[in-house]
Design a protein around this ligand. Structure first.
Ligand code: OXD
Ligand code: MN
Length: 619
């Protein structure tokens, strides 16, 4: 049976009815993968509550999720070795005329051949869920549309919490341009986790705006609209003159009540979500933003409507807003935590951890080891929660504004134990793009498979998702403000600075102070000290903010410890970053000139004042 007849056979009347209004292109896409994957049935989801409910119930019925004590809460477990984004097996499909220097890729014909073999009949015995979604507020100049096919009710449920439904757009409009995702969790084991992890593949086919993901369930590999979409969006943005970034969007509230919007890019698990969630400010989005220019200014939207956040260290004291959202009734998925008596537990939750329960290894008790003899933690370091932003008390009123919010400042942060000061501002846009954004380095975390704690270059915190040549990507950033009146200020932050004993020197809540200082800077309400790496705060301004916000004394000694310029480390960093860029073709000349200028400034200061320079030397 072929084409529409196949859909007629596998859809019930309701789903069939929903297909009838769709374009040929959408139907052809669905048919192609129904033929290949051979699901027993197909569920076409529209934007209704009933359809969302159907999928949620399916994930419980199929045991992809289990219900928890608090109403609306559920737990999902990914397999023992499927706990993070798989960078090694995420590849771009390329043709001989299309090169992507430095990015993980595979010949297109070979990749398609491999993936089609893996997908053949993979959904036999399962239902295929067809979802119509929007990236960014639906019906806005920012909107990008997508269709996701998946055989995982958990993935479909996550999509519903995290993204806006857009079936009505596809129904009303037969020439929607859309991204396409095909996912199959593949064969499942007794815990309903993907079994064939050795055949896990995530292949991105730009030529068809399509991403394939197979034999995995971890949301970072499977939820099409998240990081898979970001890879396609970066290319679309490049073609159309906007930016698709790994950024939160938040409002920092001024003394006069005015809201100042910032975007912020940090590699995964480096404080991005906890920054836009700080007390006293409000959140538009925590992970991915689209930035566009209008009337000589830059506006941003949150691509998502929910949060797939790292749960480690979420506790009443350190993350009160998330804690509250995770302890009230309403939809929330907890993944890869420990469940005991239907209560979820995780690392750093501030409670006594039970010695047994169920986790991502199945039935767990303390001391349990895996097949390699390593102890299995009760909760994975990359365990997550999935909630809607609206369930947070600090959700910003503009989060659904189709016009986006006016961006006044852009923040870049990494996990850096010994180089950057906790907060500083670039001299100008190009200096920020080169010496902060394109020089970002971070120590690796559990959000991706592989060793943690290694310092890695990660420009704009977007390297994992980069899908255009690095030089072009930097140039797009440099050029972005060419026709902008007052470009946003640019800042670097580092919450992970350590002292000579290897101890972290920042407190969990200090970021509230750094944010308020940035707000004062974008509104030109405080001065700053110009140093070779950029503008840093004055002691008196921070002292006041620490007192007002945290009721803490911030002594001159503290200030010097945080803000002294570490010359050797900054010079080594410039050398590392320049070496990387020398290895690529077509890097804009400005990258090298700005790095060289920075190097000369640091060397000059080092000769004059020594290797560790207290801020007052620059006054
Ligand atoms: C995420 C990630 O989940 O970047 O946001 O890994
Ligand atoms: Mn992310």
């Amino acid at each position: 049976m072929v084409g529409i007849d196949l859909l007629k056979e596998k859809c019930n009347a309701n789903s069939l009815d929903k297909i009838s209004g769709l374009s040929r292109e959408v139907i052809d896409f669905i048919v192609k993968y129904v033929e290949l994957c051979n699901p027993d049935s197909i569920f076409i989801r529209d934007d209704s509550k009933e359809d969302a409910e159907y999928i949620k119930n399916k994930s419980l019925e199929l045991k992809e999720e289990g219900s928890l004590k608090i109403s609306g809460h559920s737990v999902h477990f990914d397999g023992l070795h499927d706990q993070a984004r798989d960078k090694e097996n995420t590849k771009f499909l390329i043709t001989p005329d299309f090169k992507l220097e430095g990015l993980n890729s595979i010949d297109r014909d070979k990749g398609i051949g491999e993936i089609e073999l893996l997908l053949k009949d993979i959904m036999k015995g399962k239902e295929m869920y067809v979802l119509f979604m929007g990236l960014g507020p639906v019906g806005s100049e920012f909107s990008v549309y997508a269709v996701q096919l998946t055989d995982s009710a958990y993935v479909a449920h996550s999509e519903d919490i995290l993204y806006r439904g857009a079936y009505r757009v596809f129904e009303d409009n037969t020439d929607v341009d859309f991204f396409k995702y095909l996912h199959s969790a593949g064969e499942l084991d007794e815990n309903q986790a993907s079994k064939n992890i050795d055949r896990r593949r995530i292949y991105v086919d730009f030529s068809k705006d399509t991403v394939y993901s197979v034999n995995t369930q971890y949301a970072g590999n499977t939820v099409g609209l998240k990081k898979l979409a970001l890879r396609l969006a970066i290319r679309k943005a490049d073609r159309e003159g906007w930016l698709a970034e790994h950024m939160f969007v938040m409002a920092v509230h001024g003394e006069d009540g005015e809201k100042n919007y910032f975007t912020g890019a940090y590699p995964s698990s480096c404080g991005k979500t906890s920054t836009c969630m700080v007390e006293g400010e409000s959140i538009v989005g925590d992970d991915i933003a689209y930035l566009k220019k209008r009337g000589g200014a830059i506006y941003a939207v949150n691509v998502e409507r929910g949060i797939f956040g790292i749960i480690r260290d979420v506790n009443e004291d350190d993350a009160p807003l998330i804690w509250e959202a995770l302890n009230k009734e309403g939809e929330a998925i907890f993944s890869n935590i420990l469940v005991n008596d239907k209560i979820p537990y995780w690392d750093g939750d501030g409670r006594i951890t039970p010695t047994e329960g169920n986790n991502f290894s199945g039935s767990w008790c303390s001391g349990k080891i895996d097949e390699f003899g390593s102890e299995i933690p009760f909760s994975h370091a990359n365990a997550r929660y999935t909630i809607r932003i609206e369930s947070l008390n600090n959700a910003d009123s503009e989060k659904e504004n189709p016009e986006g919010v006016l961006v006044k400042g852009i923040i870049y942060g990494g996990r850096d134990s010994n180089t950057w000061v906790p907060v500083f501002e670039s001299f100008n846009w190009a200096h920020g793009v080169v010496s902060i954004a394109a020089s970002l380095e971070s120590e690796t975390t559990a959000a991706t498979l592989g060793k943690t704690g290694e310092r890695k270059f990660n420009l704009m915190a977007n390297l994992d998702f980069l899908s255009i040549p690095i030089g072009k990507y930097i140039k797009n950033h440099l050029d972005f403000v060419k026709d902008i009146g007052d470009s946003p200020a640019m800042f670097g932050v580092n919450y992970f600075l350590r002292n000579e004993h290897g101890e972290y020197i920042s407190g969990m809540h200090d970021k509230r102070v750094w944010l308020k200082w940035m707000e004062l800077r974008v509104n030109k309400k405080v001065g700053a000290i110009s140093t070779p790496i950029g503008n840093i705060p004055k002691h008196k301004d921070l002292e006041k903010l620490f007192k007002e916000l945290l009721n803490k004394d911030f002594s001159l000694d503290d200030y010097n410890m945080f803000f002294s310029i570490r010359c050797s480390q900054n010079l080594e960093k410039i050398e590392r970053v320049s070496n990387i860029y020398h290895g690529f073709k077509e890097i804009p000349a400005e990258v090298f000139s700005i790095l060289n200028e920075q190097e000369s400034r640091i060397r000059e200061a080092q000769n004059k004042f020594g290797d560790l320079i207290a801020p007052d030397k620059f006054i």
